[in-house]
Design a protein around this ligand. Sequence first.
Ligand SMILES: *Cc1c(COP(=O)(O)O)cnc(C)c1O
Length: 459
Amino acid sequence: MKKIKQSWAEPYKIKMVELLKMTTASQRQKAMKEAGYNTFLLKSEDVYIDLLTDSGTSAMSDRQWAGMMMGDEAYAGSRNFYHLEEVVKNIYGYKYLIPTHQGRGAENILSKILIKKGDIIPGNMYFTTTRLHQELAGGKFEDIIIDEAHDPENEFPFKGNVDLNKLEKLVKKYGAEKIPYVSIATSVNMAGGQPISIKNLKELRAFTKKHGIRIIHDMTRVAENAYFIQQREKGFEKKSIAAIVKEICSYTDGATMSAKKDALVNIGGFLAVNDWDVFEEARNMVVVYEGLHTYGGLAGRDMEAMAIGIGESVSDEHIKARVGQVIYLGEKMIGYDVPIVKPIGGHGIFVDAKKFLPHIPQENFPAQTLASEIYLDSGVRTMERGVVSAGRKANGENYFPKLELVRFTIPRRVYTQAHMDVIAESAARVYDRRNKIRGMKMIYEPKYLRFFQARFEKL
Ligand SMILES: *Cc1c(COP(=O)(O)O)cnc(C)c1O
């Protein structure tokens, strides 16, 4: 008998729907032009399927919504804060919690506390807000991710891994006292949602322990990373996502979290640490930048939704369907010969714009161009992760990253498999007419995180 494939399916059903506006090609032309060919500047109303980001765009469960009704909006000592604190301790294992309005709020506080002028912060590839806060605090980011991560074709299963030789060189060159911590992301966003292995984390822990260097975990997508460990790393096949998540956290000294991703809420984040002294300083500083230490810029109801969302995020069924949907889209694109980053990552599909549009030089923004072409074709909104996102160095020169990508980020529990088909078909249509596409020039450039607000013109 033929072996029948066992498909993944959503471990939930739909109770309420949000209607979408359909647009015509000429409406999209007009909207894109008005947005300066930057998908961040489109009105969401003009978007059909929104893959700009998986940040804060997830669908909450009925339980989370019920939790919102249980918000304790006291200024100080809200019940929801204590619930969240307990969940962070139980599920992630970090001792002390500082809630923040979102991930960058935590990055700001942490960077200000731990980084001194002239410090070096090694990390497994930069992230936009993370690196900016490190730089604003006087530090310098150094990339220590393995070389494979910079090659979109390389199918190494753990492209989020740290190259310990690169780290050792930095320690030799600057001395351990210049390195306040190693900044480790799980599911490395800028590499295409690529995971780090437990084996690599353990080796990193051993090395940093020897040199008295902390590890700070950007745990924004830790559950998706845990899924890849369960699927790919020897010895973890039978372990639960919850157990793997806890083990990952155990090799680190603290974490910044954007709960808008894995934790299934529309707003929220936190800083979590094991070190009392860092906690004490952070608890004091949060009052300046976010709010009192028992709400950190959040309403009680937001903390409650986060506490419940964290629990749902480490369920094996949830994460299997979540990543399963991303892989479904990726395989569909591969079927149409669209060049994508491999292996397929956890939170989206990253199309290789250098390969898609080889005739457009990087200074004419191939990924930015491609993102706008996809929108023009179908109303699907994606975003650039290439030279525009990389920004400029302190000396004013552009960073020219090896990876020039368009990110199709999938919100959690929001779109159906039929939507995935529409998205893949749109990418394929644009690929068919790729030779006719020309690049762009930047006509407005903001100083910080320029990808959010830059404007372009077609050449
Ligand atoms: C989104 C994100 C952040 C920043 O979090 P915000 O909630 O957007 O402020 C930091 N690191 C990673 C890897 C992220 O994806």
